[in-house]
Unconditional design. Structure first.
Length: 134
């Protein structure tokens, strides 16, 4: 906030008033605001800008519609496919695969087999079905 208002041409006392209006009595005093302005001007003298500057690194483009359709098709084909396998086949990160799966509103349920206790009614039904088959 201080850097932005400094670039806008506000004087330290105006910046302090803005901060006091937003943060209340818990904001820093004018002395510290002036100190921050001096530091910002000396550290970022040539670099200070409010424009969105170019950043290094690759933009996140793997969540495009093409990859979403491919992930969806792979899941429709094999519901038990692992995220790791999808990531390897599409050459994207597992984190992006997870993000795409969430965007497609899929949910992963536990695939572990859990033993179940049969109720008396279930046992009786099994017995009658087995007798009918014999």
């Amino acid at each position: 906030m201080i850097e932005f208002l400094t670039l806008e041409g506000c004087v330290p006392i105006e910046i302090h008033r803005h901060m006091k209006a937003v943060y209340g009595d818990g904001c820093m005093d004018v002395k510290n605001v002036r100190k921050r302005i001096r530091c910002a001007k000396s550290c970022y003298a040539a670099d200070m800008s409010v424009l969105d500057e170019h950043r290094s690194g690759q933009p996140i483009s793997v969540t495009r519609d093409q990859n979403q359709c491919r992930v969806d098709a792979m899941i429709q084909k094999n519901r038990r496919i692992k995220q790791r396998d999808i990531a390897l086949k599409l050459s994207i990160s597992q984190e992006r695969v997870h993000h795409i799966i969430e965007m497609l509103n899929y949910r992963k349920f536990c695939a572990r087999c859990v033993p179940r206790q049969l109720t008396d009614l279930m046992k009786e039904h099994r017995k009658t079905v087995a007798q009918e088959l014999n």
